[in-house]
Design a binder for this molecule. Structure first.
Ligand SMILES: [Zn+2]
Length: 286
């Protein structure tokens, strides 16, 4: 099935999973569909399948061949595409660098705060520019005081504990532009702020999800200690992929259990569902 009209495929999924580095497949038995958006195509096809009776849409964040660096990912298209197929709750696993010596490789962190240090990314739907499919987004300001879904966080934490993987509950993810890793000075500065982990894709993903009133939960797998957090040689991409590969099955299990435990979309009662506070976005929500 390819190039299906968006209208025909609404509500074929309930939950979205955006997989990061080292995570190019998630479901075994999938239907692949291509979805277009007013912002262009997402990172890849959506891969639809079932987990514990829940309909899931999986999207490889960097494309299946990892051809998209973090700063070139079409985040707006990705979240839009997931919502257009019916997903209202999104799990976003990603690889991060630990900013504290105790957060070594293999640590799972479920952050509750976010700091944006990106530089050049489209990070809002509400830019006042006409959409190709019709509608002109209004100027709308959403709260991102609590950037992650409280229900999704709770579910993710319980899923990890259920697999004997004690997660770090809360903490701040700082998102840098990349694709390069931090200098030692930048890393020391991040640590001095008390932040927990550094990544390259957590923003604007969470912010865009909030603008579309989606529940978004970030699951951070620590693949390395960031340059200033130890006396090592700094981070290599190879090191990141090795640690991710060693933990990918376990993380997949956590995600499966979390998918199974998320509430039905119509039973969501978290702050995410009213992010617009009834304000008119100026376009039809996908
Ligand atoms: Zn929520």
């Amino acid at each position: 099935m390819a190039n299906t009209e968006n209208a025909e495929i609404a509500e074929i999924a309930e939950i979205g999973v955006i997989g990061g580095s080292g995570f190019y497949s998630f479901l075994d038995d999938v239907t692949e569909i291509q979805v277009d958006t007013p912002y262009g195509p997402p990172s890849d096809s959506l891969f639809l399948g079932e987990v514990a009776g829940r309909r899931v849409a999986f999207l490889p964040r960097h494309g299946r061949g990892h051809h998209l660096p973090p700063h070139r990912i079409n985040y707006r298209a990705n979240l839009w595409a997931l919502r257009s197929v019916g997903a209202r709750q999104v799990l976003g696993p990603c690889a991060v660098g630990g900013l504290r010596p105790e957060y070594g490789p293999g640590t799972l962190l479920v952050p509750d705060q976010l700091v944006d240090r990106t530089k050049a990314r489209a990070q809002t739907y509400f830019d006042g520019l006409p959409l190709s499919g019709g509608g002109v987004p209004n100027v709308v300001h959403v709260s991102l005081a609590d950037p992650y879904c409280p229900t999704g966080r709770k579910v993710a934490l319980e899923a990890a504990r259920g697999r004997d993987w004690e997660p770090v509950d809360g903490g701040t993810l700082v998102v840098i532009e990349g694709p390069r890793f931090s200098t030692r000075a930048e890393s020391l500065w991040h640590q001095a702020q008390g932040w927990s982990a550094v990544g390259m894709t957590g923003h604007p993903e969470a912010a865009l999800a909030r603008e579309l009133e989606l529940c978004y939960t970030s699951l951070n797998l620590v693949t390395d200690l960031d340059a200033g957090a130890d006396t090592g040689e700094g981070v290599s991409h190879e090191e990141v992929l090795q640690v991710f590969a060693a933990n990918v099955d376990r993380l997949r299990g956590v995600l499966f259990d979390a998918v199974a435990a998320l509430p039905p979309n119509e039973k969501r009662d978290c702050l995410c569902t009213t992010a617009l506070g009834g304000m008119d976005p100026g376009f039809a929500m996908p």
